[in-house]
Design a protein around this ligand. Structure first.
Ligand SMILES: *[C@@H]1O[C@H](CO)[C@@H](O)[C@H](O)[C@H]1NC(C)=O
Length: 316
């Protein structure tokens, strides 16, 4: 269990242990929705903003800044939001982007902001295991936390210094803005999150089995081998991959980042640096929810090197 918790997020660990004791959590797949805004200001006249909407790390909305409209990346991206309300939300975002750009450009001198300026905002809500939904709003300036929202209050981040304190004070003087943000965070977002998780559940809660294969990487040094276990095409994201000798986990196992494939599945590379003579008898073991306990086990070939990969290539 120790090893599981090393690689899986805590909720997946709860789910995995839940599975083994015969209890199944009622939801799998993503649990949060967020919008991300990235605005870049090259100088006092040039600005560009990007917007997107995400369920955990799956993108379901884009933002077309030319037309000021949302692009729906999935047929169910609207969730259970009506066309009228969706159009209203687009209008709010359009006005927000416009005002945000104007405000930054207009007050750069006053707040002694130096171009180029990079701002990032993420806001949304997350379903917790008990069923409660927590909302969040965070803004960053130049890659550092700048301010966040706690309930109805703007909270300056320590990294934001006196500038963040000043801007928070300023924002708090606009109750109309606070009201809109409050409504979006604590009413619209939770309602939308539950709706979209339901609308997309066939895709969000699907199980796709990983494919796995072995290869050797660039030699780490004289007389040493880099064994590589590739695991690809699985969904959802939590996965467990280890190099093993029999039932013994090999401590030097290293994981790449989990990389996204274009089709909403994931890829992971797991390597082990061994003395060439010790490669025989090692295997790569993959656990994933889609495999329902039938772990994939690939044995490193007796002769080492690419035998398993070659076998895979020539048998297909
Ligand atoms: C502002 O930045 C843009 C993009 O880098 C550049 O094309 C433009 O010439 C700049 N304008 C001024 C007034 O410096």
């Amino acid at each position: 269990a120790m090893c599981l918790s090393y690689f899986l997020p805590p909720w997946a660990y709860v789910r995995a242990t839940g599975l083994s004791s015969g209890y199944r959590m009622s939801f799998q797949g993503p649990t949060s929705f967020r919008v991300i805004q990235i605005s870049s200001f090259a100088n006092s006249t040039w600005a560009h903003s990007q917007g997107s909407g995400w369920l955990d790390d799956l993108q379901i909305h884009g933002w077309d800044s030319d037309s000021g409209t949302a692009t729906l990346l999935k047929p169910w991206s609207k969730g259970n939001i009506s066309d009228e309300e969706f159009a209203e939300l687009e209008e709010i975002i359009r006005v927000y982007f416009y005002r945000f750009t104007q405000d930054i450009q207009g007050s750069a001198t006053k707040f002694q902001l130096k171009f180029p300026i990079e701002t990032q905002v993420t806001a949304g809500c997350e379903l917790r295991s008990g069923g409660s939904i927590v909302s969040f709003f965070r803004g960053a300036l130049g890659g550092l936390d700048f301010l966040s929202a706690e309930k109805d209050t703007c909270v300056p981040a320590p990294e934001g210094g006196s500038r963040a304190q000043h801007i928070c004070k300023l924002i708090m003087q606009y109750p109309a803005v606070i009201n809109i943000v409050r409504k979006l965070l604590f009413d619209t977002c939770p309602r939308y999150l539950l709706g979209v998780l339901d609308a997309g559940k066939a895709e969000l809660q699907r199980q796709v089995k990983p494919e796995a294969w072995l290869s050797s990487g660039p030699s780490p040094g004289p007389g040493r081998l880099l064994l590589v276990c590739h695991v690809s095409g699985f969904y959802p994201k939590p996965v467990w991959v280890r190099w093993m000798r029999g039932e013994q986990e090999q401590p030097g196992t290293r994981h790449s980042d989990l990389l996204p494939n274009a089709d909403w599945t994931w890829y992971l590379r797991t390597t082990l640096d061994v003395a060439a003579g010790e490669a025989a008898g090692l295997s790569c073991r993959v656990k994933h929810s889609s495999l329902e306990g039938q772990d994939i086990i690939l044995h490193w070939g007796e002769k080492g090197l690419d035998l398993p990969l070659l076998t895979k290539i020539f048998s297909t």
